[in-house]
Design a protein around this ligand. Structure first.
Ligand SMILES: [Fe+2]
Length: 217
């Protein structure tokens, strides 16, 4: 399977039954076929995503619904690729990973809304577990290879109507990622938005994913 080609065509790729022997290595191997593994802000290269006490509900270690977003919206140069390894989906049935194609959502908007999202800057704060200044930038930046999207709805105060319309449009394009133990999915963080449904087991949930970022070679 040509991973990069699939991601360029569909925004994401799902690889099933990689095996559970060494999830970190499987993630690094998959990303390394077309990108450089990269960590940010001194965090581990492969991050364990499972519930931990003290995190806001919409965060990698939180247990609440996590609205569709791009990662590191508050960072000047967010990671281009995100690879996720499913060690264990939540046995109670929550925490389902979601994707949405931001490009399809843009196509569904009125031209006036798209123009607004390109012209008006939004201030994106970091989540409370990150000590970093907020970043002010437009949600949509035009590029030759297709729009670059930055988006994190749940941390915005009183988002203007075009931003609300974009949030509604991405939620009209939801993809439930069909993961099982040993699945990897990789997506373009410039184009796709991702999130999850609420964890039903709270802090004792058995949901366990791993994440690795990749940057363009
Ligand atoms: Fe995320």
């Amino acid at each position: 399977m040509n991973l990069l080609k699939s991601i360029q065509e569909n925004g994401y790729v799902l690889i099933k039954d990689v095996g559970l022997d060494d999830p970190d290595k499987a993630l690094e191997t998959a990303i390394s076929t077309f990108a450089h593994p990269i960590s940010y802000l001194g965090l581990p290269l492969v991050m364990d995503l499972k519930p931990k006490p003290g995190f806001q509900p919409a965060s990698y270690a939180g247990t609440g619904v996590f609205d569709l977003h791009t990662d590191l919206s508050w960072f000047e140069k967010p990671p281009k690729y995100i690879a996720m390894f499913c060690v264990m989906p939540e046995s109670a049935g929550g925490g389902i990973p979601l994707l949405a194609d931001g490009w399809q959502a843009i196509d569904a908007l009125d031209a006036a809304d798209v123009a607004y999202l390109q012209a008006h800057s939004i201030t994106f704060p970091p989540p409370d577990h990150i000590d970093y200044p907020p970043l002010t930038a437009p949600i949509i930046t035009k590029r030759d290879e297709g729009p670059f999207i930055r988006f994190r709805y749940d941390l915005l105060d009183n988002p203007p109507q075009p931003v609300q319309n974009f949030f509604a449009a991405v939620n009209d394009h939801l993809i439930h990622v069909d993961v099982s133990p040993g699945s990897i999915f990789i997506f373009d963080n410039d184009r796709m938005l991702h999130g999850r449904t609420e964890l039903k087991g709270g802090l004792t949930s058995d949901r366990h994913f791993k994440r690795l970022y990749g940057e363009v070679i």
